[in-house]
Write a protein that binds this ligand. Structure first.
Ligand code: HEC
Length: 307
């Protein structure tokens, strides 16, 4: 075997295999694993080093043992090594079992009588690899015929429908858990037109009764000014819609009826109304304070400082 695959092929192939396995099994996001986790890079380096070292050692051992052999043994070894794989006994045995070809010297045994202007014909047996493959197709056809034509197991249309059902179930399962993917910590302001349009639809169905279609406010406070009772910015607004306002004020927790990813959209839509100054807007509530985005930064930096 050693002779069959030379060292300059063997080492890179083994290394590439291990490298590939690492990248495949280690989840490192978009970056390759050996860049994201320097330990992996180090491991691969050591591994490569070891591979080369093993080759060098094995080679040295071979050299030493070779010198210890008698002349007779050296000759035998050289002869054995000179035989290539296709000349080896194992390979020849296998080929003869699979093909059952007759050697040229035995051709007389299978020669047929007729002779057309010197063109003669050999009566070789069918090669076993072909025969067994053929038997396999017969068995397959038999089972197929009985299962699908006689017993009437599913047809292509049913197969398609079951696959669609399975796929739909998977999508439903995904959507059931999908709402958990959005939370106060993760929420970001959406600015794309389609999300805002969806947010607007949700707002129109659920919120206009108290906040007015233009967000100017009625029972609920004005949502278009810079002043907020419960805090401005996407995180606070998202949280207010999720959890509701202060007790007894009338703003319910919408998480019971709208899923979080949709609340993100409606919150983004609400924030898109900032500064629109609708006509007859409700005056700023006395308890509302002006919201400055910088306020978040202050909070964050204290958090970092506290750590
Ligand atoms: C039944 C009336 C009512 C409905 C419907 C309603 N709200 Fe409110 N909303 C209020 C009230 C009242 C407040 C003030 C809560 C408080 O003072 O704690 C409020 C507060 C808010 C606030 C916080 C305002 C601030 O200054 O901090 C936001 C944001 C908000 N609502 C968004 C919505 C959205 C989005 C919807 C629709 C999904 C909605 N509201 C539906 C009555 C309502």
């Amino acid at each position: 075997m050693k002779k069959l695959i030379p060292v300059y092929v063997r080492v890179p192939v083994i290394f590439a295999f291990v490298f590939g396995a690492m990248e495949y099994f280690i989840d490192s996001g978009e970056q390759p694993a050996f860049i994201k986790f320097p330990m992996i890079g180090l491991f691969l380096l050591v591994f490569l080093f070891l591979l080369i070292a093993i080759e060098i050692v094995a080679n040295a051992v071979d050299n030493v043992t070779y010198h210890l052999l008698t002349e007779e043994q050296k000759k035998q070894l050289e002869e054995a090594q000179e035989i290539s794989f296709t000349e080896s006994k194992f390979f020849k045995n296998m080929v003869s079992k699979l093909t059952r070809t007759k050697a040229i010297e035995q051709e007389a045994d299978v020669m047929l009588d007729h002779n057309y202007d010197g063109i003669r014909e050999l009566d070789n047996v069918l090669p076993p690899w072909w025969v067994y493959l053929f038997y396999g197709t017969i068995i397959f056809a038999g089972i197929y015929l009985v299962r699908f034509e006689v017993m009437g197991d599913y047809d292509q249309k049913q197969e398609f429908e079951t696959e669609m059902k399975v796929a739909k179930a998977a999508v439903d399962e995904y959507l059931k858990t999908a709402p958990d993917m959005m939370s106060k910590e993760k929420v970001t302001l959406l600015t794309d037109a389609s999300s805002l349009a969806q947010g607007k639809t949700l707002y129109t169905t659920n919120c206009v009764a108290c906040h007015r279609a233009d967000g100017g406010g009625q029972i609920g406070p004005n949502l278009t000014d810079k002043h907020w009772i419960l805090g401005g910015g996407i995180k606070n607004v998202f949280n207010t819609i999720m959890e509701g306002g202060r007790d007894g004020k009338g703003m319910v927790a919408w998480k019971a009826s709208i899923k979080p990813s949709d609340i993100q959209k409606v919150a983004s839509y609400v924030l898109s109304l900032q500064g629109t100054n609708p006509k007859d807007a409700k005056p700023t509530e006395p308890e509302a304070v002006e919201w400055k985005e910088a306020a978040i930064a202050t909070v964050d930096s204290t958090k970092i400082a506290a750590k």
